[in-house]
Design a protein. Structure first.
Length: 148
């Protein structure tokens, strides 16, 4: 049996904290990287469709059986990742995920460096029928801030 996220961290639950226009992580990201407007709108929408979990909760979720899913490219993963994470590049996620994570009830924590690709991946997996999927709010960068 797969662990499930609590109501406070359950994917798909509504939270005012994750409204794109109020997310400090997204605002910081926008200032440091020049994303196209359409890409950022897509990522902002994904943030509202999937649930974010705090980096401080990641280790406990993994200890309870959650799967950390690094959706960055293999070279990014090789340069550093959350211990034990599965790596499926965002570009091949939908094609390969069912092979590597066949349990639609598995708790899956998608992450990238910050938020956007993780949120896009979580929203996509949710649309594919994964019931306990979330993204790590702040991504690997946020997680590393806690562990350094």
């Amino acid at each position: 049996m797969s662990p499930t996220l609590s109501a406070a961290t359950a994917p798909g639950t509504k939270s005012n904290r994750h409204q794109p226009e109020h997310s400090p992580t997204l605002l910081t990201k926008r200032l440091t990287l020049a994303y196209t407007e359409k890409f950022q709108q897509l990522a902002d929408t994904a943030v509202t469709q999937a649930r974010g979990v705090e980096p401080a909760d990641v280790d406990a979720l993994i200890s309870n059986g959650a799967i950390a899913l690094d959706i960055r490219d293999p070279d990014e993963h090789a340069a550093g990742h959350i211990d034990g994470s599965v790596n499926i590049s965002r570009g091949k996620l939908e094609m390969l995920v069912e092979e590597q994570i066949p349990d639609l009830d598995a708790v899956v924590l998608c992450y990238c460096n910050a938020v956007n690709r993780g949120a896009l991946s979580a929203a996509s997996l949710k649309a594919m029928g994964y019931r306990n999927v979330a993204y790590i709010d702040g991504g690997l960068n946020g997680y590393r801030q806690l562990t350094q």
